[in-house]
Design a protein around this ligand. Structure first.
Ligand SMILES: NC(=O)c1ccc[n+]([C@@H]2O[C@H](COP(=O)([O-])OP(=O)(O)OC[C@H]3O[C@@H](n4cnc5c(N)ncnc54)[C@H](O)[C@@H]3O)[C@@H](O)[C@H]2O)c1
Length: 346
């Protein structure tokens, strides 16, 4: 072990930095699919900050809004079209794909056929292109990859996965397909089972945990929120900065240390709507919540874990979230109050 500050330690850091400079010059670009969504809107700037703007290509099925066109390179890319993916990967010399394009849980239940085609077809197309061009692939799985027969408290890393939603079916099949491409073709696939993500940059895309983000906006605008899940429905959540850190951390981790590539349980807090409302009330004392349960989203939530065991991620690659419920709530309210104004008279 080298002492920090010792000659050996400084020499090792110098040689690591030189290695990084060398590999940065020779390194291929990073493609993010579904980049205009809730995660991509924060992952793309974080990757550009971390690796350099010129190395990161954003893409989505949607047209890039005009006001964001100066943010960096962007391609219109439909992941259900294999030729488009191959073409973009070849033309931009892509070496890593963060594959975010998908339909989320509530939307997938409304449109199960489209969800199969986008979530599974898109992933298959990305993996095939990655096999041909030797790319590394990040796949975001979800707490939705578990089902009603999974142990719901401190859900283990390896356990029963029999989801009952189309979203869950595509996530568990996606985890298996990524493992297959790693084992059979040597593609460096890695994944996380993400919990509900709370963020203030882009709105959530139709998931079961969207209530948490909605609650912040409504608390600031109207001091009132009607929640579509029951008050005591407990689910895992994470603040977006921790999710972004986890994605980049996993992709940079030493492959030899990864016991489970697809996919690692990660979580930062296990909370109910009532607990989140109580935390918001510490900052906005007049905030009130009531409940009008949506049976579709409630039944999805009831089939998911109440809390995950993320010990394997902590042990294997040092996952360590920074934000708990109190820290996340204070930061969300501070950042959102800059952009959300309460209507006059409220
Ligand atoms: N946000 C969460 O809480 C959460 C939690 C767990 C897992 N995930 C997973 O992370 C990924 C990204 O989630 P998100 O919250 O950013 O979703 P989102 O719905 O906000 O964004 C998804 C993006 O994919 C795009 N898209 C849809 N079909 C496409 C296609 N055929 N080709 C290219 N792009 C297409 C959409 O236009 C959208 O911009 C998804 O795989 C999701 O399942 C998200």
């Amino acid at each position: 072990m080298q002492e920090p500050g010792s000659r050996e330690h400084l020499a090792a850091s110098r040689s690591r930095r030189a290695g990084n400079r060398r590999s940065r010059r020779g390194i291929r670009r990073i493609l993010v699919t579904g980049a205009l969504g809730q995660i991509g809107s924060e992952l793309v700037p974080a990757l550009r900050e971390h690796y350099g703007a010129e190395r990161v290509l954003a893409s989505d099925l949607r047209i890039m809004p005009l006001h964001r066109s100066a943010e960096g390179a962007y391609e219109h890319l439909d992941c259900t079209q294999p030729q488009q993916i191959l073409e973009v990967i070849r033309r931009h010399d892509i070496g890593t794909v963060y594959h975010l394009a998908a339909l989320l849980s509530a939307v997938a239940e409304e449109k199960p056929h489209a969800a199969w085609s986008i979530n599974m077809g898109g992933l298959y197309n990305v993996l095939e292109a990655a096999r041909q061009y030797r790319c590394q692939v990040f796949f975001p799985s979800s707490i939705g990859a578990f089902g009603p027969s999974t142990p719901r408290e401190r859900t283990p890393q390896v356990t029963i996965q029999r989801p009952t939603t189309m979203y869950g079916v595509t996530k568990v099949a996606g985890e298996l397909l990524c493992d297959y491409y790693a084992g059979r073709f040597g593609v460096d696939t890695r994944g996380l089972r993400l919990p509900g993500l709370i963020s203030h940059v882009a709105p959530p895309g139709g998931g079961t945990t969207d209530y948490a983000v909605e609650m912040f906006y409504q608390a600031l605008r109207y001091k009132h929120y009607t929640c579509f899940l029951g008050s005591d429905t407990r689910l895992d959540m994470m603040y977006m900065p921790d999710a972004i850190g986890a994605m980049i951390g996993l992709m940079e981790a030493d492959a030899a240390r990864l016991r489970y590539r697809n996919a690692y349980n990660v979580t930062a807090m296990s909370i109910t709507a009532a607990e989140l409302a109580a935390e918001i009330r510490k900052h906005i004392p007049t905030f009130a919540i009531d409940y009008q349960v949506d049976p579709v989203r409630q039944s999805i939530a009831d089939s998911w874990p109440r809390s995950l065991d993320d010990g394997a991620a902590r042990e294997d690659w040092g996952f360590s979230p920074r934000f708990d419920l109190a820290g996340m709530t204070a930061d969300m309210l501070a950042r959102l109050s800059e952009k959300v104004r309460a209507p006059k008279g409220s």
